[in-house]
Design a protein around this ligand. Structure first.
Ligand code: SF4
Length: 237
C-alpha cells in the first residue's frame, strides 16, 4: 500500500466542483478537495478514503503523490477561484495529511480564496495548528453511541480560541444516548457555543427524536438547526 511518507507530497482522492450539502453553509458553491486516508474506523462509515495511484480532477487523471505547488497549478488550470464561495478540504480525515497541508494551505491562502475545512474533530491539535489558513471550520462532534467512539474530551474547550471560525455538527441515529448529547450541550454552554447543526445518518430522519433533541438543546440555550444532507437528497456529490 502507498504511504504518505514522501516529503510533504499529498495523496488526493478526488477534486470536483459542487455545492456544499451539509451544515451551516449548505448551498455554497465550492471546489472540493478530498484527501485520502483516515484511521478512525467509525461504525457505519461508507467513505472511500483509500490511497490510490491516481486521482481525478474534473475528469482528468493525475498521479499521486503530488507536491503542493504542482497541485496548486492543477487547480488553477481547472478553476477560476473568483467563481466559487470557497475551497473545501475534506476526506477521510484531511488533517492526517497535515505535512502536505502545512505547505499547500499557504499557497492557497495567497491566492485569496476562502478556505473551508471539514473535519471529524478527532485531531484537535492539528485543527488548531492549521487554523490560521482556514476561514471556516466545520467540526463534527462524534457520538460514541452512534460511531463507536466519541469526540475528544478537550475538543470544544480547546477550540474556544478559534471559535469565530468554527461551527459544530453532530450526526445522529436512533442509537444516540441522550445522556451523551446532554453532556455535549453542557460542554457547549460552558464554552460559550450556542449553535449546533444536526443531521441524521443517511438522512434517516426520526422527527420525534429530532424534536426531543431540539427541546433539550433549546432548554440549555443551544439553537438547534436541522440540516439534512442536501446533496444526497437531490442526488449530487
Ligand atoms: S472520521 Fe469520517 S471518514 Fe474517518 S472513519 Fe469516521 S466517518 Fe469515516
Amino acid at each position: 500500500m502507498l504511504q504518505q511518507n514522501i516529503l510533504s507530497k499529498g495523496f488526493i482522492k478526488e477534486v470536483f466542483k459542487s455545492y456544499q450539502g451539509e451544515g451551516k453553509f449548505v448551498g455554497a458553491r465550492q471546489i472540493f478537495i478530498r484527501l485520502a486516508n483516515c484511521v478512525f474506523n467509525c461504525k457505519g462509515c461508507d467513505t472511500d478514503f483509500s490511497f490510490s495511484e491516481n486521482f481525478l480532477c474534473e475528469g482528468t487523471k493525475y498521479r499521486n503523490p503530488i507536491s503542493p505547488k504542482d497541485f496548486f497549478q492543477i487547480l488553477r488550470k481547472h478553476y477560476d477561484f473568483d467563481l466559487f464561495h470557497s475551497v473545501s478540504i475534506t476526506g477521510g480525515e484531511p488533517l492526517i495529511q497535515k505535512d502536505f497541508l502545512r505547505d499547500f494551505l499557504p499557497i492557497m491562502k495567497d491566492s485569496g480564496i476562502k478556505m473551508f475545512l471539514e473535519t471529524s474533530g478527532y485531531l484537535v491539535d492539528e485543527i488548531i495548528e492549521l487554523s490560521d489558513y482556514f476561514d471556516i471550520i466545520s467540526v463534527d462532534i462524534k457520538m460514541k453511541s452512534v460511531f463507536g467512539y466519541g469526540y475528544p474530551a478537550n475538543l470544544i474547550r480547546d477550540l474556544k480560541k478559534i471559535d469565530h471560525k468554527v461551527y459544530y455538527k453532530v450526526v445522529i441515529s436512533e442509537d444516540i444516548d441522550l445522556k451523551e448529547i446532554k453532556a455535549v450541550f453542557v460542554e457547549m454552554v460552558k464554552n460559550g457555543v450556542d449553535e449546533l447543526y444536526i443531521q441524521f445518518i443517511n438522512n434517516c430522519l426520526n422527527l420525534d427524536l429530532l424534536d426531543k433533541l431540539s427541546d433539550i438543546g433549546y432548554s440549555y440555550g443551544i439553537k438547534i438547526f436541522f440540516v439534512p444532507q442536501v446533496h444526497k437528497l437531490i442526488g449530487i456529490f
